[in-house]
Design a binder for this molecule. Sequence first.
Ligand code: GLN
Length: 497
Amino acid sequence: MDLTEPEIPEAPASKGHPRQLYMLFFAEMWERFSFYGMKALLLAYMVTELKFDEPKGYAILGSYAALVYTMPMFGGIMADRFLGYRKAVLFGGILMSIGHLVLAVPEDWSFFYGMAFIICGNGFFKPNISSLVGTLYNDNDPRKDSGFSIFYMGINVGAALGGLLCGYVGQRISWHYGFGLAGIFMILGLVVFYFGQKSLKHRGLPPDQAVLKKPLFIGIPTEVVIYVATLLVIPAIVALFNQYEVMDYIMFGLGALSIAYILFISFQMEQAARYKLFAALVLIIFSTLFWGFYEQNAGSLNLFAMRNVDMTVAGVELPALSVNNFLPPAWVILLSFVFAWLWPALNRKGLEPSTPMKFGLSFVFLGIGFYVFYLGCQLSADTGLISLFTFAAGYFFIICGELCISPIGLSMVTKLSPAKIVGMMMGIWFFASAIGEFLAGKIGSLMSVPEDVVDQPVLSLPYYADIINQIGLYSIGIGVLLILLGPVIRKWMGDVR
Ligand code: GLN
């Protein structure tokens, strides 16, 4: 975050929010519309249209999502050091728009290229639009948390609409129209940001224009080198997709490096700060497992919804991809209000759980959600189809889990990290999602269903039920472990609540 940002004259200490928040809200809403709209289609498109076998589909989905959440570390650093948030968001938005439009081209080559553009674009767009929200408030402004909550709402309104519409168009009309629709809304998000950014005035401008213009390589200015270097990463990502086995080493290597780096930094700090970083590290490591289970949503649960959930309501067959990708963000929108009321209410009674406790609860809720799916499977063994009600009820618990970890984790990172490494730690928080997404692909592939039974719900159900049951049990077990470890982690956190 750019600490040189001056205070905001037009946003006095009132209950209202700076008007720029709404511009960022809509830009991010449409970007997430396209991001989640496209992700809703990805696995089903690979398996049913491209005829990838299921383990390959899961491996490519896991690699895509892992790289999507790895790139924000680089996009964040580039913005902090050189581009500033605004140029980074614009560049990222352009790459993402190109990526979505490339995916809309009905040719084989377009698939990996489209994803590679989106991966690079997301790395520049996603972390930096969030940092821009941060620049609208001074650090001690009480409106900052609620500003981020409003922004998180924008993310989920976009995700709900994107999943609903792209899921429908992709599954029922044409996969490429579905991808194209995502692209149109990404361009809309970019247009909102392009015309709205002037209202940000000095916020998010490059930290040093001179550095940006300085020739870096054979007379080419630094700014252009950054853009060209990013474009050169695109064919490298395509090559990675073609050799996706290598991803194991990359993710394992980067994961080990990140842990070693945090430990290295922590040992250069005085004791209290070091223990805070230990606490953050342990919670971040646990969060990878949460995302590994949670992200079955965009993977195995898409195919499960298509094959083993009864989508008929009042005689009408709902499109499974729409339903599966609409339900989670819709629950987030509804339950956000409940949690926004619940935490302060518990706090007033001195009963608000600590951060490690909330992390533990998130696993317990997630486990209950998967267990509800499992019970649905047990009760429907004769038809092979679980009821939509059970499916929605399972997601209710899973999203209670999300709300105990996702927003809590963001704020935990900002509180436990020394100010000068908050940006990097935020990148590492998103990187934990990357490792989680990669794990999700591996877990998903355990639910691969053989070709000859995909159209027979009674026979495909057991392939899901067994792993869903195990996810539920492991998740509850991990939650209990975290709750037991809670007091130790809490002690490491020192004065942070
Ligand atoms: N759903 C949230 C978003 O899209 C959080 C994603 C994550 O951290 N894995 O921003």
